[in-house]
Design a protein around this ligand. Structure first.
Ligand code: ZN
Length: 489
């Protein structure tokens, strides 16, 4: 190796090992615009890898099931190759490879196709740094056809005379890569400038950020939503993770491990092979074993977040908790807070789990908090405002067609008598089934927690909350680093 190579390596870090095509991840949800279509690319390798993890997790598995490692691998290989009984590929079923993850919103400053984004590389005490324009005149583009963190097609949507959405596409490069492959001068880790979010995440961010709760900005420039978002992302000390696209100060719960140049497989999203081990111990057939493997790989993190559960006719009964019989012993008759105060406390619970933990703190409190009518009101209030911990169960208006889709499903939860009722809460949309007085909130919320799609929605809601923390810091303290000021032209 030449002296020159060593010098270059010393000064600028190792050259990027990536070659050919690679993908970058949405900075909010950690999903690639080309979402996964399998568990392992190579089944034989997968069976070996999984067998190793299972034995490590459950050392007596082989002995108890009278298997040797080869037989276990064979079992896993058959499962990984299993076809579902309905003949559909698992990863093309409804809810997989969601359109809202595949089309993206590119955000930043776009020049002509050949040009790079406006920037200057300047020398500082700590090395070279990329300077970019500020958040004024930031544009958004609806894009698709991702390649190496950039997008090659711009989608134009218009509404025709009849109110239908018309979509046209244009081949045009939108630069959003976090990679520094264009800039030999930069040390690795510089991921500043344009970026992208999946289209779904962009709309959820707009709907859930709740600007009213943010402090007033420190600047007096007129910045719109994307302009501020651009500055929130680019004014940090650290930029997007080079070549991956995610923000280093947000926790993605390990989903980023699935990016190995591309995010075609989800095996790296496995934490504990609990379901798979149980499935083998039960002697499940291959298709069910495959389902368990998929669950262990936390496949819910990739599911479309807009599939609301429907009520199960058989189960749509009024849920009722058993209550403690109350004695008249004086110490027990001490009244807890009045119901109105309790309801207020419930409204600000940080999670449903906290609510039930509170309920378990005394028999009297348990009886009150699990009383059907009280519980219904409590859950309803948690879902009523953006600061409530269940606000994510509601559809957003920023996503075209989401309200109708949600309400069609949610209306199945209305009891027959209730659905005939016309009484609506004054603050709810006339279409919303949530407005009915006897909407069975507890049953509905339970079903949401059982749904992969809804749990992923809750995850994205959590990602928005994390970004909101950074946004709040930006509003209070301004830029962490002065990186702006490059002219647009
Ligand atoms: Zn996303």
């Amino acid at each position: 190796m030449s002296f020159f190579f060593h010098l270059v390596t010393l000064l600028f870090g190792l050259p990027s090992p990536k070659m050919g095509h690679w993908d970058e991840l949405c900075l909010l949800c950690g999903i690639s615009p080309i979402p996964p279509n399998g568990i392992y690319t190579d089944t034989a390798y997968g069976a070996g890898d999984l067998a190793e993890k299972l034995i490590e997790y459950d050392p007596s598995l082989l002995h108890d099931m009278e298997l040797d490692e080869d037989a276990l691998q064979e079992l896993l290989r058959t499962a990984l190759d299993a076809e579902s009984s309905d003949g559909f590929d698992w990863f093309t079923r409804p809810g997989w490879r969601w359109q809202g993850f595949r089309t993206c919103i590119a955000i930043g400053h776009f020049l002509s196709e050949e040009d790079d984004t406006p920037h200057q590389i300047v020398s500082t005490d700590k090395g070279y740094m990329r300077r970019v324009p500020d958040g004024q005149e930031v544009e958004t583009r609806l894009v698709k056809d991702a390649n190496c963190g950039e997008f090659r097609v711009v989608i134009n949507r218009t509404v025709d005379g009849k109110g239908n959405m018309v979509e046209t596409q244009e081949g045009k490069l939108s630069r959003t890569a976090s990679s520094d492959y264009l800039y030999g001068e930069l040390a690795r880790g510089d991921g500043f400038g344009n970026f992208f979010l999946s289209e779904g995440c962009y709309h959820y961010l707009r709907a859930w950020l709740d600007f009213n709760q943010l402090p007033e900005p420190q600047h007096d420039r007129q910045l719109n939503f994307v302009g501020e978002l651009y500055e929130v992302v680019n004014s940090r000390q650290k930029g997007r993770v080079n070549g991956i696209g995610i923000l280093p100060f947000i926790d993605y719960d390990g989903i980023e491990r699935t990016l190995d140049q591309t995010q075609y497989d989800i095996a790296e999203n496995l934490n504990i092979p609990k379901c798979t081990t149980a499935s083998i111990r039960r002697g499940d057939p291959p298709e069910e074993l495959l389902d368990s493997i998929t669950r262990d790989c936390r496949s819910w993190m990739f599911r479309a977040p807009d599939m609301w559960p429907v009520a199960d006719d058989e189960q749509i009964i009024k849920y009722a908790f058993a209550h403690f019989p109350m004695t008249t012993i004086p110490s027990d008759t001490v009244k807890p807070f009045p119901s109105s105060v309790l309801l207020n406390i419930a409204q600000f619970s940080d999670s449903v789990v906290t609510y039930f933990t509170l309920a378990r703190s005394s028999k009297r409190l348990y009886n009150t908090l699990t009383d059907s009518s009280f519980l219904n009101n409590a859950l309803k209030s948690m879902a009523s405002s953006p600061s409530g911990c269940l606000f994510w169960v509601r559809p957003v208006t920023t996503m075209h067609g989401e309200e109708k889709k949600a309400y069609d499903a949610i209306s199945t939860f209305l009891l027959r008598t209730a659905s005939e009722a016309v009484e609506q809460d004054s603050d709810s949309s006339p279409l919303s089934p949530f407005g009915y007085k006897d909407f069975p909130w507890y049953y509905f919320v339970r079903r949401c927690f059982e749904s992969d799609s809804m749990i992923n929605r809750k995850r994205i809601w959590g990602q928005v909350k994390q970004l909101k923390g950074i946004w709040r810091d930006y509003r209070i303290n301004g830029w962490e680093v002065e990186r702006f000021g490059v002219p647009l032209k």
